[in-house]
Design a protein. Structure first.
Length: 161
């Protein structure tokens, strides 16, 4: 079913508001976009239920996505080999169409320019986000989507430990 006909498809207005809040690093505005019953998933790693879990300063995915990527020096983070040329700056996000669906590619800065390191899909009730699925640790999804969009990309491996 085309995204425009899918009642769960995110409204462009909600995705634009998400991008504006994310790019401004405004965690309260990001959290306000989530339904009380929202589900935010970092595919293969964690699923968070409700805005409180997503904005938690130590364990929430939203603060983690707003920050530069963590490097792994024998601890949590992405293996250094996968971060060669990465510049530790906060990412930016935008709305793109992919296969008739609006998605969110997350752009990170590297020595040779910007590259997508994650994509997200969302569902909304029209005013708020009901679900977000981030494919940060899903290199096959990032690769396929970015190749189809014709944008530069890097992958993060399948986990951070």
């Amino acid at each position: 079913m085309p995204a425009a006909l899918d009642p769960r498809a995110p409204s462009p207005r909600v995705l634009d508001a998400f991008c504006d809040a994310f790019n401004a690093r405004d965690l309260p505005r990001l959290t306000a976009l989530l339904l009380d019953t929202s589900v935010v998933e970092l595919v293969g790693v964690v699923t968070e239920y409700g805005p409180e879990a997503s904005r938690h300063p130590q364990t929430g995915s939203l603060p983690g996505f707003l920050a530069p990527i963590t490097r792994n020096q024998n601890g949590p983070g992405i293996h250094p080999r996968l971060l060669e040329g990465y510049l530790p700056e906060p990412p930016r996000v935008e709305v793109r169409e992919h296969r008739g669906e609006l998605i969110l590619p997350f752009w990170y800065t590297h020595e040779d320019g910007q590259a997508v390191r994650s994509v997200a899909r969302a569902a909304s009730d029209g005013e708020h986000l009901a679900r977000m699925r981030h494919y940060f640790f899903t290199p096959d999804v990032v690769t396929e989507v970015c190749r189809e969009l014709g944008v530069p990309f890097r992958t993060n491996g399948y986990r951070y430990w």
